[in-house]
Design a protein around this ligand. Structure first.
Ligand SMILES: [Zn+2]
Length: 162
């Protein structure tokens, strides 16, 4: 699944205030470069202890061209959730947990503002819980998708006028 770096979140749902980072795909160019060992360590920690949007399925690394059947249990686990981090501006970054693999094995270098957010992240230290935030945003988005009777009536009236 490909989303350009810093594109508004649109995986299953549109989530205002959330942007994609590291949703790489084969055939889509991406920035290469090194990141500090500290950043990679924190991404590993986030992948291990702070994963959100855990799915029952998984998405193997397209860049490796691996078949789903050939993936080890560890690889499946690495490719089955997201990491959410908050930037200094309040924007939320959503990265696939596979970003750990993209950075360590494919020399992917995420945007600078994301690297700064990773660097500044104090796991759990500021009381910001990515799981609670993602659940709330998905719930709000579900509610917004269901039109209220009043909205439906308004839509019908504007339809008559047109
Ligand atoms: Zn790979």
């Amino acid at each position: 699944m490909f989303f350009a770096d810093l594109a508004p979140y649109d995986h299953v749902r549109e989530l205002p205030g959330v942007v994609h980072v590291g949703w790489l795909a084969v055939g889509q160019p991406f920035t290469r470069g090194s990141v500090t060992p500290g950043v990679l360590d924190k991404l590993r920690l986030a992948e291990r202890d702070w994963r959100v949007c855990q799915t029952r399925g998984f998405h193997p690394c397209e860049l490796c061209g691996q078949d789903e059947e050939d993936c080890t249990a560890e690889q499946r686990w690495l490719a089955s959730a997201e990491i959410w981090l908050r930037g200094s501006s309040g924007i939320i970054y959503s990265a696939p947990t596979l970003i750990v693999h993209y950075v360590s094995e494919h020399q992917y270098r995420p945007p600078e503002e994301f690297l700064q957010a990773v660097d500044a992240w104090q796991p759990g230290g500021d009381g910001w819980d990515p799981r609670a935030v993602s659940e709330r945003l998905f719930e709000e988005s579900s509610r917004a998708m269901r039109p209220t009777p009043r909205k439906r009536a308004r839509k019908a009236r504007s339809g008559e006028r047109a």
